[in-house]
Design a protein around this ligand. Structure first.
Ligand SMILES: [Zn+2]
Length: 411
């Protein structure tokens, strides 16, 4: 099957050579072609160039992109998309003045999601999650990471990861999975955190590895959740199963989680709303991608990740949704890109780099996704008619997407 996109007003993120990520001042560069074409053969990008140079005469499908922008689909490297029910009631409670602690004491928070998930069958969980996945695909996501972490028992954690695996098989869509058993301490281990870490490390981790359910390991390294010692224990244990760390750090407090992640070769360190100079230093010269989650800051009214400080230090940054029922009930990467521009003072070029090629890097997918490059997956966004790509973040709240192609097919 061949597909030809013609008369593209702006074709964004064209990379002739394979760039795995972009950092620092380079993030301001978003290579593009004006009045361009892209030629897709089956599920891959076969070629692209200027309309003036086009040599392809026919294709099974021709899509006219006059006045439209084409770019690679978003790469969302941090989600908790597999979950049961929602926490809309807590949202209302919070508006009415209850604190996060008061909500937690009433049985809310992560433990509320865990209870719902434990009570939901694997099939029902799959149905709910599939609906969410289809929804975000239509909003332009073409690769995604999904974490466990609302199970908090061995059985329920495995259930979550099996659902993610089923999604991967059915949708023929790049889904990377992360084991996040250490997301919160369940109520029955409240006085025995070490006991819960024993369960995570000695029982859950080996089973996850045995069933080959995850590539990455994660932990909520934060005051009131898991300590640096817990984090180090887990990352050390995960090494023998070749699970690579992608960890939640510095959401509310900076106390050394970033450096620890770098020390264990984390692929990414995510959140970073609180970031000090030692954290920046730790990231310098490392292979670890800092990941910002601006929708979470928006929803919780907490500080935004200091993107300028990160970029101005010469580092890369990726953007992701953190789609989850508690702190970010939205998987909309378009909103993430807008919010990064509006609230984090990233330029549209930086935000699009962060949401495509750098997002791909944060999932180990930059060889196959995240840019318009010959041989990469034919996962593309075609916008509606817009003046320029600047409109994507500018017209926040608008749906600027006309079509999404996954593996060369319009979905
Ligand atoms: Zn998260």
């Amino acid at each position: 099957m061949t597909t030809l996109l013609i008369n593209i007003k702006q074709l964004l993120q064209v990379r002739e050579t394979n760039v795995s990520k972009v950092s620092g001042a380079d993030m301001k560069q978003l290579p593009m072609l004006e009045n361009a074409y892209v030629y897709l053969v089956d599920d891959k990008i076969a070629s692209f160039g200027l309309m003036a140079d086009i040599e392809i005469a026919s294709a099974d499908t021709i899509i006219d992109c006059t006045n439209k922008v084409v770019l690679p689909t978003w790469c969302d490297s941090h989600t908790h998309l597999v979950y049961a029910g929602n926490r809309a009631q807590e949202f209302v409670d919070r508006i009415n003045g209850l604190s996060y602690e008061e909500i937690a004491n009433r049985g809310g928070g992560i433990l509320n999601s865990a209870k719902k998930l434990q009570e939901t069958s694997e099939d029902a969980l799959f149905e709910q999650s599939a609906t969410r996945l289809e929804n975000v695909m239509h909003m332009g996501i073409g690769a995604i990471e999904i974490k466990s972490g609302y199970g908090l028992t061995t059985e329920a954690e495995l259930k979550m990861l099996r659902v993610a695996k089923r999604l991967k098989e059915i949708y023929n869509f790049p889904i990377k999975t992360t084991f996040l058993g250490a997301h919160a301490v369940p109520a029955n281990f409240k006085e025995n955190q070490d006991g819960y870490m024993d369960l995570v490390i000695n029982e859950m981790l080996p089973k996850v590895a045995e069933e080959n359910l995850a590539e990455y390991v994660d932990i909520f390294c934060e005051k009131g959740y898991f300590t640096l010692e817990d984090t180090e224990r887990l990352l050390q244990a995960a090494q023998q199963y070749k699970l690579i760390p992608k960890i939640h750090v510095n959401q509310f407090n900076a106390f050394g989680g970033v450096a620890l992640g770098v020390q264990y070769n984390a692929l990414s360190v995510d959140h970073l709303e609180e970031l000090n100079d030692e954290d920046i230093q730790a990231l310098q010269g490392s292979n670890t991608m800092p990941v910002a989650l601006p929708s979470c800051s928006y929803f919780l009214s907490i500080p935004y990740t200091p993107a300028r400080k990160i970029i101005d230090a010469g580092l890369p940054i990726a953007l992701a949704t953190d789609y989850n029922p508690g702190s970010t009930p939205s998987g909309n990467m378009n909103f993430v890109v807008s919010t990064a521009c509006i609230k984090m003072k990233m330029t549209p070029e930086e935000a699009i780099n962060a949401a495509t090629i750098n997002g791909a890097y944060a999932m180990g997918l930059s060889e196959t996704h995240g840019s318009i490059t010959q041989g990469k997956a034919a996962n593309l966004i075609i916008t509606k008619e817009i003046e320029s790509f600047h409109v994507l973040p500018y017209a926040f709240g608008d749906n600027c997407i006309d079509k999404v192609l996954i593996n060369g097919s319009v979905i």
